[in-house]
Write a protein that binds this ligand. Structure first.
Ligand SMILES: CC(C)(COP(=O)(O)OP(=O)(O)OC[C@H]1O[C@@H](n2cnc3c(N)ncnc32)[C@H](O)[C@@H]1OP(=O)(O)O)[C@@H](O)C(=O)NCCC(=O)NCCS
Length: 152
């Protein structure tokens, strides 16, 4: 059975490393702000095996006017588990967390090859692509998050 739970920054490394920092030193899996109280990491488990991770940072991007912004980072599903709907499950979980925390907007720097995935999840590219050293081409993407006023 699959389930999602909060994990520590360090616990994300066994997925971040092979998927996002392939053949790079393990230290490269540490992101600035990983250990802040305002940062949350979620792990998706198949039984007791960690197979996907997503991290959410309270971080404002000046491109957007919204007051309460969250940034997704470190989104990764182990290769053999990709394209089974797990990435979407993780993003949905993260969005619910952001809604519960009064978010106005979610944004992130998306790898160009992942933009199609995020577009399916309702995110839009903003501006031109740009390069992140040692990682590759990215686009800023975002989505406004609003609580449904008709929900209890
Ligand atoms: C990008 C990633 C997180 C997506 O997770 P996933 O579990 O493979 O995605 P899902 O199976 O939930 O896909 C949801 C939908 O998006 C589509 N999709 C998945 N990856 C896609 C991609 N790279 N490009 C276009 N569409 C994609 C799926 O086909 C599916 O579409 P459907 O609903 O019509 O069937 C995962 O492939 C991954 O870890 N990739 C490598 C690391 C990476 O690029 N991370 C993002 C860094 S910004």
């Amino acid at each position: 059975m699959q389930n999602i739970k909060k994990i520590s920054a360090l616990e994300t490394f066994p997925v971040r490393h092979p998927v996002l920092r392939t053949e790079k030193p393990i230290e490269s899996c540490h992101f600035e702000g990983d250990d802040l109280e305002t940062t949350t990491h979620f792990g998706l488990f198949d039984e007791n095996n960690l197979i996907g991770v997503i991290s959410i940072f309270e971080a404002k991007n000046k491109l957007f006017p919204e007051e309460r912004q969250f940034q997704i980072r470190g989104m990764a599903v182990l290769k053999e588990y990709q394209k089974k709907g797990l990435g979407a499950t993780l993003v949905n979980h993260c969005e619910k967390y952001c809604l519960d925390n009064n978010a106005d907007l979610i944004w992130f720097n998306a790898r160009t090859e992942a933009t199609g995935f995020y577009e399916k999840m309702g995110y839009q590219k903003i501006g031109a692509s740009f390069d992140i050293k040692d990682v590759g081409e990215h686009f800023v993407m975002s989505k406004k998050i609003k609580a449904n006023p008709f929900q209890n």
